[in-house]
Write a protein that binds this ligand. Structure first.
Ligand SMILES: CCCCCCCCCCCCC[C@@H](O)CC(=O)SCCNC(=O)CCNC(=O)[C@H](O)C(C)(C)COP(=O)(O)OP(=O)(O)OC[C@H]1O[C@@H](n2cnc3c(N)ncnc32)[C@H](O)[C@@H]1OP(=O)(O)O
Length: 387
């Protein structure tokens, strides 16, 4: 025989909530037919395990679509009113069915319900406002990163192209000079070629600092922004690797090359600048595309692969520059720390440079493993996305 479960009800301006006191419910059937809700299910109620049924003839029209959710302890039913409003009772008949009672857990009177609506609306508005603020910040951040990456890309491209063109011209100069044809040209032409060759060679290898340094200074000072970006969470990356990278390069640029005129004409400047710019012409456009949520696979591959040979070579070139600068610092006593007049001597900056050489290889190890992890993460996520 079908029994009636205990049913608790509450209302809001738009909905009716029913809570049916049945546990471990199965075979639930809930539907609204001609404004009457019919419920039947098997479950454990006040009369033990049984089939339970009830129906409710609503006071005012409701929508035929009902939603329900059954948990282990109860069945929650939501019925939607056709017209928004507050009902004075639930059923058409004035006499309340015996199995029906107010759900005091959800019960609100009309004014409380209005307050609830107002609170919900205010919460929604607050959420909307904060989302708009966040979106504004995100778009501002994106514009900032696009501009930053674009400026760096243009700077390093100028450096790289300038140096490549000069290197290419030397190549041709050397080739013309050493070919058999060159031997057959007049003494005047040979001398002229010799002059051109030596001029081009010295210009491109020995004069890198004077041609390139201003742009390199600009780009590397600007790169300090990357440390701030990492520190303030503007981009998702570690502060330590970025700090090592930026401080490491700026030390070479400003202290080793910038402060010693004797270093300006050394070919090592060429190698250091060339190796630095060779990665950045891929890294910055890769970041730029990332800002547009776009990816160009070849560029991604280059960004996460080219550093493998370039990083150790870059550190080697920087180490060579440091080693070459040591006798110059010793002789010039630049940055040396004067000891008291009694001792009458000073501690040369070169001692710091020996320590720095060790730090460089430590920095190489930290950043190499960081870049290796970034590469693995990048290609792992890509593979997972592809699956
Ligand atoms: C602490 C005191 C320091 C003392 C120093 C003493 C030791 C000094 C040793 C120094 C050795 C330096 C040698 C070096 O100068 C030699 C060379 O550079 S040789 C040339 C080769 N070099 C390189 O390849 C390094 C290039 N640089 C880098 O890759 C970065 O600077 C580095 C911090 C090393 C790594 O980059 P990052 O951690 O940012 O990795 P990702 O590129 O994968 O980026 C992670 C996510 O962040 C997003 N991101 C990062 N930057 C930007 C940006 N500007 N705009 C937009 N988005 C950015 C990126 O898209 C990634 O996000 P997602 O994963 O979602 O795609």
């Amino acid at each position: 025989m079908a029994l009636t479960p205990l049913v608790y009800w509450a209302q809001r301006h738009e909905d009716i909530y029913l809570r049916v006191e049945l546990t471990d419910v199965q075979n639930i059937d809930v539907h609204v037919d001609e404004n009457v809700l019919h419920f039947s299910a098997q479950g454990h109620g006040a009369k033990g395990q049984n089939e339970y049924k009830f129906s409710l003839d609503f006071l005012l029209p409701v929508k035929p679509q009902v939603s329900y959710k059954s948990t282990q302890r109860q069945v929650n039913i939501t019925v939607h009113k056709i017209q928004r409003g507050w009902w004075e009772r639930l059923t058409l008949r004035e006499r309340k069915p015996v199995f029906l009672a107010p759900d005091f857990d959800r019960w609100l009177d009309e004014s409380d319900a209005e307050m609830e609506i107002r609170e919900k609306e205010e919460k929604k508005n607050r959420l909307k406002a904060s989302r708009q603020k966040e979106e504004g910040f995100v778009s501002l951040k994106t514009v900032f990163l696009i501009v930053y990456n674009l400026v760096q890309f243009l700077g390093f491209s100028w450096i790289f192209i300038n140096m490549t063109v000069r290197l290419f011209i030397i190549g041709i100069g050397v080739k013309i000079y050493y070919t058999g044809e060159a031997e057959s040209v007049t003494y005047f032409t040979e001398n002229w070629l010799k002059h051109v060759r030596s001029k081009l060679f010295s210009d491109s290898l020995y004069d890198t600092f004077h041609t390139i340094s201003d742009v390199m200074f600009f780009c590397q000072i600007l790169a300090l922004v990357e440390v701030l970006n990492a520190a303030f969470g503007v981009v998702k990356t570690g502060v330590i690797p970025t700090l090592i990278q930026v401080v490491g390069r700026n030390f070479i640029l400003f202290i080793i090359f910038g402060s010693l005129e004797e270093m300006h004409h050394k070919p090592v400047v060429f190698f250091v600048f060339y190796l630095w710019s060779a990665i950045e012409i891929f890294r910055y456009p890769f970041y730029m595309l990332g800002c547009f949520n776009t990816e160009w696979k070849t560029l991604t591959w280059l960004r996460y692969t080219v550093w493998m040979p370039l990083y150790p070579l870059g550190v080697l070139a920087e180490a060579l520059a440091v080693i070459q600068s040591i006798p110059i610092f010793d002789e010039s006593k630049l940055f040396s720390i004067p000891l008291t007049k009694v001792i009458g001597t000073s501690v040369s900056f070169s001692y710091f440079l020996y320590i720095y050489l060790v730090l460089m290889f430590l920095g190489l190890f930290i950043n190499f493993s960081h870049l290796y992890k970034q590469r693995k993460r990048r290609f792992r996520t890509k593979k997972r996305k592809a699956n």
